[in-house]
Design a protein around this ligand. Structure first.
Ligand SMILES: [Zn+2]
Ligand SMILES: [Zn+2]
Length: 146
């Protein structure tokens, strides 16, 4: 699957296949994550989902996000912005992070991490892969600074 974003029907099928209940909250959280096509924190997702489904609690949203990660439908990113972000794009990719506003964007570029992985293995580490975080100032903040 090239764009790695599932439809609601896919999620329903997957939840049933795994013997998990299909709930309106689970569908709403996935829809929210997918519609953003980007990176959102649990509190941001909670605020949007609660606007649609007023009975939704914050712990429920956290639990659904963990479930989506467990099912391979989302990834949790720790990018040093002070809060974990959830990404509906699950294939490995790199990110840029703005030091000023915290904006996170996808970076699509080839990276050859062979030397990094070799060094990691030398220490007995078993790497799964390597993804890069490029830090700096985003275009918006650079423009605002004049
Ligand atoms: Zn910025
Ligand atoms: Zn991303």
């Amino acid at each position: 699957m090239t764009d790695a974003l599932l439809t609601t029907d896919d999620l329903v099928a997957l939840l049933r296949h795994r013997g998990r209940r299909v709930t309106s909250q689970r569908l709403a959280v996935l829809r929210e994550l997918r519609d953003r096509r980007g990176h959102a924190s649990a509190p941001e997702i909670f605020a949007s989902v609660r606007a649609r489904l007023p009975g939704t609690s914050s712990p429920t949203v956290y639990a659904v996000l963990e479930l989506l990660c467990e099912l391979g439908l989302a990834r949790k990113l720790e990018l040093g912005v002070g809060v974990a972000l959830y990404d509906a794009r699950t294939e490995p990719h790199h990110h840029s992070v703005c030091r000023r506003c915290g904006d996170v964007a996808d970076l699509d570029a080839e990276l050859d991490p062979a030397r990094l992985l070799t060094r990691a293995r030398e220490g007995g580490f078993r790497p799964d892969g390597a993804e890069l975080v490029v830090t700096g100032i985003c275009a918006g903040c650079a423009g605002a600074a004049g």
